[in-house]
Design a binder for this molecule. Structure first.
Ligand code: SF4
Ligand code: SF4
Length: 68
């Protein structure tokens, strides 16, 4: 299974990774706020991830790392 990690405090909440994910499993957190005051992106249902890394490629701030 692929593993997706976020350097959460660098996220600016732009949502580009949410749009990029073909499995629609990247979502903006509704509860959390990061150090920059944004709701950070996160993956729910990691078991559905196919490791395509579209999310990481799309992120302008290099927040996301995908490991297979
Ligand atoms: S690696 Fe692909 S499937 Fe997994 S969260 Fe990122 S965009 Fe979605
Ligand atoms: S693309 Fe990067 S900065 Fe934008 S919401 Fe996703 S993780 Fe955050």
């Amino acid at each position: 299974m692929a593993k997706v990690t976020f350097r959460e405090d660098l996220c600016k909440g732009c949502g580009l990774c949410v749009e990029a994910c073909p499995k629609k499993i990247v979502l903006m957190s509704h509860e959390k706020l990061n150090a920059r005051g944004y709701h950070p992106a996160q993956v729910e249902e990691m078991e559905k991830c196919i490791g395509c890394a579209f999310c990481a490629t799309m992120c302008p701030d290099c927040v996301i790392t995908v490991e297979k």
